[in-house]
Ligand binder design. Sequence first.
Ligand code: FAD
Length: 388
Amino acid sequence: GTPKYSGMVEDCCCDYETVDNLNKEVLYPSLQELVKTPFFRYFKVKLWCDCPFWPDDGMCRLRDCSVCECSENEFPESFKNPDRLPLNDPVCQEGKPEAAVDRTLDNKAFRGWTEIDNPWTNDDETDNDEMTYVNLLLNPERYTGYTGPSARRIWDAVYSENCPKYLSQESCQEEKILYKLISGLHSSISVHIASDYLLDEATNMWGQNLTLMYDRVLQYPDRVRNLYFTFLFVLRAVTKAADYLEQAEYNTGSHNEDLKTQSFIKQLLYNSKLQAACPVPFDEAKLWRGQSGPELKQKIQHQFRNISALMDCVGCEKCRLWGKLQVLGLGTALKILFSENGQENLVQTLQLQRNEVIALMNLLNRLSESVKFVHEMGPTAERITEGH
Ligand code: FAD
């Protein structure tokens, strides 16, 4: 393990070792299965580069940035509209043969799910016109070659304008949390770049880049801590919404697959090991308590919405896809933990969209992968890098 990280995860009630063990034994294996199911592998997203801040930013032209949208035949039956017109221009991005664009939406696919806007995000989630489905399995989050000023200014804007790193004890708890969530997500993105890196362009050889992981994440212990914090925060949201998620419909038209999805969900939510070792991974009840609670919540919601809007400026499609998914996932976690109607009766008061649930679980899976990679490869990365 990483002995550097011992004791309790900040603001949490379980220690690093417990989190690593739980992740390895319970969370990681079931999440890996869950995200492969037809329900969880298609994400609805507006991929236009619609940047409100820097209108000059073009789309990324690098091959590895392109997103393969769903081809028709791999789209779950129930997502399709039987009366749909044939696609007149199924453009395959950057020559990937199975990548025809399917922009049709079918209400049946959203049976039992409400279409409501998430107050934490910038996109109007009820506006289906500009949305497209993407098969996440075809588009793993990994190195894309997106760097330089375009990437840099997004992160700069995220941190400087919307969640400044707290320098003193003055910042309130809630603002610290926003910073930690974003920093944890940033660590996770860097870990994915490091775990799946284009090592040799000429031979198209992909593999791990442990030096990169050290340089960007491991040498800053607070970035590792923030990754664990974000993981537990999202995990808490998922377990808090357990009853809601258990009762939700995972209907994709394929009965066997849907039963599997349901059973993976149960495995994850009602796991006795998880309940014994870390029943409340984050305690949200102590937040927004002060006098300025409601104002503060509005302010932080506004900041988070700005961060979400910044995702439209990410100049690389695949990065934009995962940026949007993960920010929506965080927004969904925030919505679950801080929804107006508080603690009780969440099953009755909470309303989640299908897409929010997909984003939430895929985000949790990404964070789980990052925690696992840091835990397993961290010591090696430190050894080879510090040895130089
Ligand atoms: P960056 O990662 O760009 O970091 C910029 C600055 O932020 C750092 O110098 C540091 O001061 C600070 N910082 C870095 N990490 C943290 C942290 N964890 N907590 C707090 N502060 C931090 N590239 C890909 O190859 N694949 C992707 O899928 C991908 N997705 C992206 C998604 C989004 C939303 C964005 C904005 C960028 C994405 N990128 C992706 C680009 C990638 O994140 C980096 O910006 C790029 O690789 C350049 O890295 P860098 O070393 O300059 O540092």
